[in-house]
Design a protein around this ligand. Structure first.
Ligand SMILES: Cc1cc2nc3c(=O)[nH]c(=O)nc-3n(C[C@H](O)[C@H](O)[C@H](O)COP(=O)(O)O)c2cc1C
Length: 173
């Protein structure tokens, strides 16, 4: 199974829009992928309980992570890094079974001009720790508010080309 993790719990995020774009592009290439949006996590997700007995509402997320062989993480830049909720999600997943020897592609985005270069680097370190193999072609999309057309699709020639190259490599990965 392929799972696209929309890496923020902010409602109506550009991250979710971009995750949906990746899902659509994969589908056009004949590859099915699910989106796991951190915006759907229940309110009791961040509680001290998560470290000893994870709540029942988290189990479906854990099950989906366990059933996934390849992940795409779509990661917004929050204060110069990746969102805390994304790290909390990784921390809540069973270690080491959840990500061990699996594969991941990383996509960064930001409203500013760096496209979350640092946050994607930071998250790459986390991926290596949990033994996720990261696709070397990582994508960074700055100025995200100028990147979507009215239908929520990327339309700028070089952004479409680079994301398409990453998707093709991800399929072969
Ligand atoms: C808590 C928070 C921190 C942010 N920090 C940065 C930042 O450091 N650099 C930047 O370019 N954009 C920053 N942004 C703007 C996001 O990059 C922008 O909202 C973009 O659309 C991606 O986030 P989204 O998926 O939540 O929409 C921040 C947004 C939030 C909510």
């Amino acid at each position: 199974m392929i799972t696209i993790i929309s890496g923020t719990n902010r409602p109506h995020s550009n991250t979710f829009k971009l995750a949906s774009y990746y899902q659509q592009k994969l589908m056009e290439k004949g590859v099915a992928a699910h989106i796991l949006s951190l915006a759907d996590l229940s309110a009791d997700f961040i509680s001290s309980e998560m470290y000893k007995s994870r709540s029942d509402t988290f189990q479906p997320y854990q099950d989906r992570v366990m059933a996934t062989e390849k992940f795409i993480f779509v990661i917004p830049e929050y204060n110069g890094s990746f969102p805390g909720i994304l790290k909390t999600f990784v921390d809540a997943c069973k270690f080491p079974d959840s990500f061990f020897n699996k594969k991941a592609a990383l996509v960064g985005l930001s409203s500013g001009k760096y496209g979350n270069i640092r946050g994607v680097d930071h998250f790459t370190g986390v991926c290596h720790y949990v033994r996720l193999n990261v696709l070397p072609l990582r994508i960074h999309i700055p100025h995200i508010f100028q990147e979507f057309d009215a239908d929520g699709n990327l339309y700028k020639e070089d952004t479409v080309r680079f994301t398409d190259e990453q998707i093709e490599e991800f399929i072969r990965f």
